[in-house]
Design a protein around this ligand. Structure first.
Ligand code: 13P
Length: 243
């Protein structure tokens, strides 16, 4: 089974107009379309401007979305609005949303469903904390999150990102072996359709220096890159590491 790799950048709450030169820089560095799918998720304020500046082979996405398509939800952004601004993907259930904003699996599931209803491909994040890994609960926690966050009927249409919470923005990363084992466990637990077809990304301190270690693994279908995606040169080098 060959699954196409996806290299995704999550800019988090970084980026203003002046940073849009990134789009031309990345395009120049890549030259022609690479073999992998490429995605960048800038802050929502830059989404339309970024979408306009990138070639077709670099998709854009949101970092979060509302659980509804429309309504009285001050400050929220509908997945339909993201799609309207050129987004093709949206991240749901990032640990900074789960932990920083108290989002439960049920909320993540509702957002993921709304994203699908808006025609977006959700990138659903799951991951254990350091305490959970140390106490041997990592797999149980991640599988529980995955099963409760992915809407059943839609399981074949989502991408999963395994991001151990302790590896995000810390410079510490899971070993490629541990990441592979977790990806395998997720595939085995997949309940709707064929787990072999699901694309599972690894995220957490992916850098140009370690990208090839992850991306050369059979079980790892790509990377969700935070800090290193802000710099076009390092993001391009991670994309090259995917082959
Ligand atoms: P870092 O690559 O900065 O560790 O962030 C990972 C992440 O959270 C991507 O969504």
């Amino acid at each position: 089974m060959t699954r196409r790799k996806l290299i995704a950048g999550n800019w988090k709450m970084h980026g203003r107009r002046a940073d849009l030169a990134w789009a031309a820089n990345l395009t120049g560095l890549l030259g022609a379309a690479p073999r992998s799918d490429i995605l960048v998720c800038p802050p929502a304020t830059l989404l339309p401007l970024m979408s306009e500046r990138l070639p077709d082979f670099v998709a854009t996405g949101g970092q979060d979305c509302a659980a509804e398509l429309e309504g009285a939800h001050t400050g929220d952004i509908s997945p339909l609005m993201l799609a309207d601004m050129g987004a093709r993907y949206v991240i749901t259930g990032h640990s900074e949303r789960r932990h920083g904003h108290g989002e439960s699996d049920a909320v993540v599931r509702a957002k993921t469903m709304a994203a699908l209803n808006a025609g977006l491909t959700p990138v659903v994040c799951v991951g254990e904390t350091l305490d959970q890994r140390r106490s041997g609960e990592a797999e149980t926690v991640v599988l529980r999150q995955m099963l409760a966050s992915v809407p059943e009927a839609a399981a074949g249409r989502v991408i999963i990102a395994y991001e151990p919470v302790w590896a995000i923005g810390t410079g510490m990363h899971a070993s490629p072996e541990d990441a592979e084992a977790m990806h395998r466990a997720i595939r085995n637990a997949w309940r709707d359709g064929d787990g072999e077809q699901v694309r599972i990304l690894y995220g957490g301190s992916v850098k140009p220096s370690n990208a090839a270690d992850f991306l050369s693994r059979q079980e790892i279908d790509g990377a969700l890159v935070g800090g290193a995606s802000l710099d076009a040169e390092s993001f391009a080098s991670i994309i090259r590491a995917a082959g």
